[in-house]
Write a protein that binds this ligand. Structure first.
Ligand SMILES: [Zn+2]
Length: 118
């Protein structure tokens, strides 16, 4: 055996217990993280769908709106698109752009973007 230092049984057992505790903690963290990741993925999927919906809507509007840059109300084409998006229930303001307006609530930021003086 020579002079090699060895751990006694109790020390080994303590280390084993401590490692076991750490492992359990890590497992708990891992499980938390998994739950959070699932939530993030679900949110991403929802946003992806809304984004796609918005892109299609914008493409559709760009095709259907008249080329005339000014409407009788004096809204430019890009503002008409924003107005349509707003009417479809989406925010067009910088604060919440692309997210859905909850229960079609009015948004002062959006109205400002659409109707403020050029
Ligand atoms: Zn808004």
């Amino acid at each position: 055996m020579g002079g090699v230092a060895t751990l006694d049984k109790e020390e080994v057992y303590d280390q084993f217990k401590s490692l076991e505790g750490q492992l359990q903690q890590m497992l708990a963290q891992f499980s938390d993280l998994q739950t959070q990741m699932t939530q993030v993925f679900e949110q991403n999927a929802e946003l992806e769908i809304e984004n796609q919906h918005l892109r299609e809507l914008v493409r559709e509007l760009q095709k259907t709106l008249p080329e005339d840059p000014e409407t009788p109300q004096g809204l430019s084409k890009s503002r008409q698109i924003l107005e349509k998006l707003y009417e479809e229930g989406f925010h067009v303001c910088r604060e919440f752009y692309g997210t859905r307006r909850k229960q079609d609530e009015e948004c002062a930021f959006c109205l400002e973007v659409i109707y403020r003086d050029q």
